[in-house]
Design a protein around this ligand. Sequence first.
Ligand code: ZN
Length: 284
Amino acid sequence: MTPKNPLSKYFRKPSLYIKLPTGGKFNPEISQTVLDEIGVCPMTAIDEISLKNPDALLNGEALVGLIKSCVPDIPNPSKLSNIDVEALYLAIQYATYGSDMTHVHKCEKCEEQSDFNIDIDYILNRFPEIEKVDPVIWNELTINIRPVTLDSVTRLSIIELEQKKVVAQVKASANDEEYVKQEETSIARTLYSSFRKIAQLNVDLLSNVIDNIETPEETITDNEMIREFLNNIPTDVVNDINTRAKDISQRPKEATQFEFVCPECEHKQQVALEVNPVNFFTRG
Ligand SMILES: [Zn+2]
């Protein structure tokens, strides 16, 4: 056994305790005893560096690693609801740098850049508490919905980015008539397979927002069975599930919407802050 490091009592400790917006009710793997007060530690130097790696950020590794490091009470961060991840990410920023966050804003009118201070505490307090989610009732089934997970959001971001690349490629080659003549079928095939991928992913994502389905006899939680079910029901039911899931997965706009007044030209602009670092790459 290695001797206990006498320095360990100086190691970082939680400097902030928060409650998850969902209260952790969709994550039975989190210990019940910590749910009301989840400790959040400040970042280490390694955490900070890993957040600067674009590849790790895009595939979600950076965020998962960050939560594992700073919020040890969470055993499997990729299973968390995305809204909980957003709250934790802000809380980690808070624990590391304090409540003031600097946001650089470029005025849309005069293009002057200025720094604004944003209070993280204020944003965190405006996160919703996701209490009870109304199920979708269809025939004699009760379809219980949960908010979208970090894992789903990450996969969607990656596919969306791929999709954008495919479209950009096709657009670029469309200007070359000779190329288009020769490659027409291959372009069509590329597009088709790309759209199929998205369609399949949408079914995957939808199956992930179904927590369980209650039949008169039993409760189904098996993801494969739920996916098969989704592939065999009318589209309007799918749309209902989709709408319900979207409603509960998004943080209210006002939580992260701010009005900036340009100090140069006094132009006012509403800006929505991006909270999830994964989205930095897929936006715009
Ligand atoms: Zn301005």
